[in-house]
Design a protein. Structure first.
Length: 127
């Protein structure tokens, strides 16, 4: 997981946030983020100005300069590549997050869902 925001959002802050406590307010709902760097751990309670249910909406809000988004590198790759978003707090690691996959149905559905879940596990392992 990484954090990114629109470059223009940081114009008033010389180089953007340099540490977790400089977080500028997320584009998502209130939550707690735990950052790690070397032997240092910082826990920050973020109170977002927006409540967005979907990752795509949160990324769009960050692109529009409304805050910093926490997302996977794959989810924001296009916006990072075209310069709409820049990564912030690069030298800090976010604590791990738990993801669950729930699927039901017949054997065919379970096989396809299992294959997709395996793909996600591999794809997100180093995100």
């Amino acid at each position: 997981m990484l954090q990114c925001g629109a470059l223009g959002q940081f114009a008033a802050h010389a180089c953007g946030p340099v540490g977790p406590r400089d977080h500028l307010g997320a584009g998502q709902c209130e939550h707690e983020l735990v950052f790690r760097r070397g032997g240092t751990t910082a826990s920050v309670r973020v109170k977002g100005r927006l409540r967005i249910a979907g990752n795509e909406g949160a990324i769009a809000a960050a692109v529009a300069g409304m805050g910093i988004v926490t997302t996977s590198s794959g989810s924001c790759r296009r916006d990072m590549d075209n310069g709409s978003l820049v990564r912030v707090l690069e030298d800090w690691d976010l604590d791990s997050m738990e993801l669950s996959a729930v699927f039901a149905g017949d054997r065919t559905t379970k096989h396809v869902a299992r294959a997709f879940t395996d793909h996600l596990i591999e794809d997100l392992r180093d995100a």
